[in-house]
Design a binder for this molecule. Sequence first.
Ligand SMILES: Cc1cc2nc3c(=O)[nH]c(=O)nc-3n(C[C@H](O)[C@H](O)[C@H](O)COP(=O)(O)OP(=O)(O)OC[C@H]3O[C@@H](n4cnc5c(N)ncnc54)[C@H](O)[C@@H]3O)c2cc1C
Length: 441
Amino acid sequence: MTHSCDVAVIGGGPAGSTAAYALAKKGWRVVLFEKERHPRFHIGESLLPMNQPVFEQIGVLDEVERIGVYKPGAEFYDVDPKQPPHRFYFRDALDKNFPDAYQVRRDQLDEVLLRNCERNGATVCEESRVTAVDFAADGAGATLAVQPKQGDAQTWAARYVVDASGRDAMLGGKFGIKRKNQRHASAAIFGHFDGVPRNPGPEAGLISVCWFEHGWIWFIPLPDGMMSVGAVCSPAYLKTRRGSTEDFLAQTIAMTPPHVQQRMADAKLVGEVRAAGNYSYQCERMCFPGAILVGDAWAFVDPVFSSGVLLGMRAALRGADYVDAELRGAPEAVALRESFERISRRSVKDFTWMIARFNSPGIRHLFTNPGNPWRVQEAVTSLLAGDVERDNGVRPRLMFFRGLYYFFSVLQLPAAIREWFRRRARVRVMLNSDTGAAPEA
Ligand SMILES: Cc1cc2nc3c(=O)[nH]c(=O)nc-3n(C[C@H](O)[C@H](O)[C@H](O)COP(=O)(O)OP(=O)(O)OC[C@H]3O[C@@H](n4cnc5c(N)ncnc54)[C@H](O)[C@@H]3O)c2cc1C
């Protein structure tokens, strides 16, 4: 027997649940397939101010604020422990209207989003893995093979498919269009800890980012006194792991500046330490006849600016507008598809430029010794807030920031050249190998 729906969504992360919500609200019969059962662990816990309007739009803002830890901004520590951290507060962005952000446990956030799309009319099938998708030759719909954890395999016919399968990138793999990022190679190792002190007072919710020899470490304050701690490093470094992931994270933390180590002095691991190997990639296309790719299923660069959830949810909303128009046969479908693709690509590009240079001496210098000529620091704070889609003066200032970066890189040429060679070496290792030694999160 073949079941049918208008739209099949693969994956119940933030992008899939948001797309399912938006399309169900527009009246389509939406079925979302999620291979796990929520709540389930996921990495990606620090959110941005521009998430707030998206949460409001889909009606979950109150719930997110209830499960979240208030995040007023971010602090960046230099390798040199004598340097004080540089703190960015979202209230100092170019647009002062979005000062609030939250940090969340993803098992909780993703469950809120999944139940929200269900409440709003989408059918949710958990523990149901999509194992194959075949598209009709004339572009008129697709057939999905679904394997529930319990029970027999199912066949579903859908007029449209939204691939939100995250880093599994189901359609990207099927069509052979997933490309590793040539300029950036990173891997990560991370866990949840109890007993890690927070900053005092209103700074308690800041995300801390600390550079060290092999990359950078994050501290993300979570509810119930928990701290998410992770290291983003080169895949080559991750491959040197011999013992357990737990020991490896401890060894990695032992390489960090003393103030980072001190913070971990009484830390107790809760749960397991996980790792994610080479995760920087982009699929060549976002749209096919009968399908779109949203969120990590299309592209993921790096977590340093906490942009993944925001970019995925925004793309899901724009993608849903396009799919809706396409299903209705509306003439505006072409324009909606173009803006879906253009804005998604541009946003990823804005973050990518900064991320690819994040460990460079030029960026370190600008982040730890910032000035505010032509309100450029406010524009950088706007980028950190995720405010890169609107036409509000952020982009030209970010171009100016790039100019400053190149200027300081010339001043620090030997260090910049060393970093350039390191980046090239990391990319070569990444291109020659698939993942780090540790299992994927
Ligand atoms: C180390 C690290 C740290 C990060 N930190 C941050 C951060 O602080 N802030 C931030 O915003 N982002 C962060 N991210 C990025 C963030 O995790 C992702 O961008 C975000 O989760 C993308 O959402 P998504 O819905 O596209 O994919 P996902 O959240 O990965 O959801 C995909 C879902 O699809 C399901 N699925 C996969 N294949 C199938 C299938 N065949 N059938 C059915 N279901 C399937 C999966 O089980 C999963 O639930 C981080 C990423 C990494 C690697």
